[in-house]
Design a protein around this ligand. Structure first.
Ligand code: FES
Length: 172
């Protein structure tokens, strides 16, 4: 009789401790999940801010639409690019940097082509290779036309294999 009573009173604290420990583990689990979610959210939030500030910093005002006559090729030495205005009014922004070894290409108005002074590569007005050693066309940049302003995102220099009409931007 004494033993059973002792046993009952002896088990009660053990059961109570188990329940207590289960609750502690549940709370710790919830805290871990909350910390994980907070970590994920904090990872996402700064990256959005960085992308936003990057696009503001790298979007350059090049000029007004009417500053570029149809058929013109205009150098922008500050941003190291050329603005090509197509006869139909479209805009194409090309990198000034030769894709061979990085010299600056020069526009030859008479021959209607870009020439590289370093190793004589030549490119047509869309930046397509006319003569090697350049391994690919001049890179191009996205052009954005807003409220009559021509803007170029200089962070988005894009390699390409050929000229495609979708690389040309038109005012809406
Ligand atoms: S750097 Fe332009 S051809 Fe070599």
């Amino acid at each position: 009789m004494m033993n059973k009573k002792d046993g009952e009173t002896g088990n009660a604290p053990i059961v109570g401790r188990r329940i207590f420990m289960k609750r502690i583990w549940k709370i710790l689990g919830l805290v871990a999940v909350a910390e994980f979610l907070f970590f994920i959210i904090s990872l996402l939030r700064p990256s959005r801010e960085i992308n936003k500030s990057r696009s503001v910093l790298t979007l350059r005002d090049i000029g007004n639409v009417e500053d570029f006559p149809a058929g013109s090729v205009t150098p922008d030495r500050i941003n190291r690019l050329y603005i090509i205005r197509e006869q139909d009014g479209g805009f194409l922004a090309l990198s000034i940097t030769c894709p061979h070894l990085g010299c600056s290409v020069l526009w030859d108005e008479a021959r209607q082509q870009f020439d590289c002074p370093c190793h004589s590569s030549a490119f047509d007005r869309h930046g397509v290779v006319l003569s090697s050693p350049a391994p690919r066309p001049l890179d191009y940049f996205p052009v954005i036309i807003e409220e009559g302003k021509v803007r170029v995102d200089i962070s988005q220099g894009t390699r390409r294999r050929r000229f495609e009409p979708n690389q040309v931007t038109y005012a809406v």
